[in-house]
Ligand binder design. Structure first.
Ligand code: APR
Length: 307
């Protein structure tokens, strides 16, 4: 049976994700946005690429939610994008209202779907979406760690002059500013980067990764990153739709793991057709744990303030 994905928000991240889903031959897609004509126009444009790109997927654009019914996966990208000088937290109040509404609208029509939240600040928005849908934690989680680790991998490959395919990066915690990269679990062809680079080099790459989103915002001047965010989301969508059971860093509500209960944080999870099928716990050093708890506290206090 053909799979069905709903993408809410037909902006840069949403539309790029829809293109990637079609080109990866994964599913029919419904794209929803408040902007009149935009989801319809982009959907038609993408359908008209099908004969050349070799896909037959049905791509529908809408300003309403009825077409989304029965989706296997829902991705939420609706919201305001970060502008230069704006922190993720500045976006919080505005985006919380949007995510609450779109999560409820889509969740009601696809009660068995797996929901992936992309809208920033993502960890808090995942919490908002979970409350709005009443979905279990296995089926509402956020995209952030896959993007952060892809950025880290890019910088490791650039620094060492090796293929990105040989790199593996491990990040924990909140998306962006409070992210906790774990260099000792980050490798090139299985070799920890701590054996391949100096501490100074690693710190430089970690800092660049932490500021990865801001670096793109400063260059673009209007809008924020979308190619890599869409690629990162695609990897999660694919792991769910195809039951790949990939281990990916995602933001999930912790239930005692890592000594935390009730707060969303980025941790490695196994992603399959049921959503989060396992939360993987690793032993953290004292320093790593302190960074992780700082990140958890930041998400918790934002949730208490705004949700
Ligand atoms: N319902 C549906 N769509 C909405 C709503 C709403 N209530 N409010 C806003 N939107 C739509 C906008 O009309 C816009 O088309 O969300 C889209 C957001 O697209 P962009 O502004 O292009 O932002 P984008 O770069 O795609 O980023 C979206 O993902 O990575 C995060 O920080 C980023 O939170 C931001 C989100």
């Amino acid at each position: 049976m053909r799979k069905k994905v709903t993408v809410v928000g037909a902006g840069n991240v949403g539309a790029t994700l829809v293109q990637r889903i079609a080109e990866a031959r994964l599913a029919d897609v419904v794209m929803v946005d408040v902007a009149e004509g935009v989801p319809q126009g982009k959907a038609l444009d993408l359908m008209e690429s099908g004969p050349i790109m070799g896909y037959d997927w049905k791509i529908t654009g809408s300003n309403g939610y009825d077409e989304t019914a029965g989706s296997d996966v829902i991705v939420i990208t609706a919201g305001l994008a970060r502008k230069p000088g704006m922190s993720r937290d500045d976006l919080l109040a505005a985006n919380a209202g949007i995510v609450k509404q779109v999560a409820a609208e889509t969740g009601r029509r696809s009660p068995k779907a797996v929901m992936i939240v992309v809208t920033n600040p993502m960890d808090v928005m995942a919490h908002v979406a979970m409350k709005a849908t009443g979905f279990p934690r296995e089926r509402v989680f956020g995209m952030g760690g896959v993007l952060d680790s892809s950025r880290f991998r890019t910088f490791i490959a650039m620094e060492l002059g090796v293929s990105v395919e040989n790199t593996h990066a491990f990040v924990l915690g909140g998306h962006g500013d409070t992210m906790v990269p774990l260099p000792r679990y980050s490798t090139v062809a299985g070799i920890p980067i701590t054996e391949l680079m100096s501490a100074e080099q690693i710190n430089r790459l970690v800092e660049r990764t932490r500021n990865g989103g801001a670096e793109i915002v400063a260059l673009l001047k209007t809008g924020s990153a979308y190619y890599a965010p869409a690629a990162a989301t695609l990897e999660m969508v694919e792991s769910v739709l195809q039951d790949r059971k990939k281990i990916l860093p995602c933001s999930v509500q912790l239930n005692g793991e890592y000594g935390v209960t009730g707060t969303f944080a980025g941790v490695p999870v196994k992603l399959g057709e049921k959503g989060v099928e396992q939360v993987i716990e690793i032993k953290l050093s004292t320093g790593e744990n302190a960074g992780f708890m700082k990140s958890v506290d930041a998400v918790r206090s934002a949730c208490e303030k705004f949700t």
